[in-house]
Design a protein around this ligand. Sequence first.
Ligand code: NAD
Length: 487
Amino acid sequence: MSVEARHFIDGKYTAGDSNRRFKNFNPVTGASLGFVPEGGEAEIDAAVSAARAALAGPWGDMAVAERAELLHKVADGITARFDEFLAAEISDTGKPKSLASHIDIPRGAANFKVFADLVKNVGSEHFSMPTPDGTGAVNYALRVPKGVIAVISPWNLPLLLMTWKVGPALACGNCVVVKPSEETPLTATLLGEVMNKAGIPKGVYNVVHGFGPESAGEMLTRHPGVDAITFTGETATGEAIMTAAANGVRDVSFELGGKNPALVFADSDLEKAIEGTLRSVFANCGQVCLSTERIYVERPIFDDFVARLKAGAEKLQPGAPGESATTLGPLISQTHRQKVLSYYQRARDDGATVITGGGVPEMPAALAGGCWIEPTIWTGLGDESAINREEIFGPCCHIRPFDTEEEAVALANDTPYGLCCTVWTENLSRAHRVSARMEAGLTWVNCWFLRDLRTSFGGAKQSGIGREGGVHSLEFYTELRNVCVKL
Ligand code: NAD
């Protein structure tokens, strides 16, 4: 069954009042997937009003245990319709079925379960204090929902990243208005049916489609009925949203771009380092905020590492998502492909040695209209080259040698970003020493993308504001009200 993209407002699907609509394309073939309605002021207004009404009504009054039970039903609903979510996500993104079925859809369900369970078991603080008259006072904190949360999400892991926000927001008792990426409208739409079937009251989960600037995205962030904004996307977009959030002094949680380094020491298990780095560079065609784009390798193993990473990259098999041999999908759109190809050109202009790739692969006729691109590895560029400084968000990396641990740490931290990094070493002391010095929200030692949802997630420097995950999500999606009682 294919999904038709529509807004989901107050528990009902609608094409909206607006006649504006845009086309959605399949990045594998370039074929049209149909039209998506573009929301405007009227739809955003309706969605925010529905959310405010639900907050004041059944959702706001519901006991935590009952809310958690409903969210388990949402998770079960995603799992029950696994194949439909998988098909929708694949037609929007073109990612290999093996990837989407192992990561995107299961995590979509897990994001509801984990936070539903967590919220039932988190206590609140209390402090006893002396008073001058000797009777004392007791303080306790009430943890209350923040209100209506705007969730603005990107296209690279659409269901996973959207539910990563919606799960904890609802678990904490908020209502949400989601603005999914214009590139990937389908799974957010389908989730509306699951919400209704699970018995989530109308108005708790709303979706309005559209673009960012001067469209549904910007209108949502500017709406005075929105209490806080959680956003995943580019750093420049984060800056624009922060300006909008200043109006009314609304809280923000931002997960932004990265230019993530990998440090590969000569004492690493090279087999593991190559396998992990291949995944961290090329998974999802390099379109993961956590992807590695800068690799620093200790000089004695540099040539060997480059040769082995090249061999691995050249084994990647671009192709249709459902083919079992496919290990590389397309980029999300022709526009994004033009952007990534402009970096491929820039690398040549800057004098890079192209170890592999650098262009567009020949694809069979049926896939020729897709957004295909070659996995690419460069060496030989200076640290100031745009290739080493700007987020490319494609299947590519630059590799550079280093001589000392001190130099490796300095190179890794020489970036305005600070999302994540990977450290490959079998030396336990070095692993801890280097990790502590990484200016990043997340360091992986001898692994990549290993996530326990109870841990903190977020970026340092220009890679974000705040932390989500586990109790950190509860911090953002709730407010503490202190009550001081004189005894
Ligand atoms: P993007 O910033 O272009 O768009 C993200 C969302 O913001 C979309 O829904 C878009 O319509 C909306 N938007 C754009 N301008 C807006 C505005 N002015 N006001 C309100 N909404 C607006 O990002 P993208 O291209 O969809 O995603 C790729 C980027 O996301 C990369 O930079 C990547 O690193 C980042 N990302 C970060 C994380 C993380 O956890 N740190 C995770 C995934 C992706």
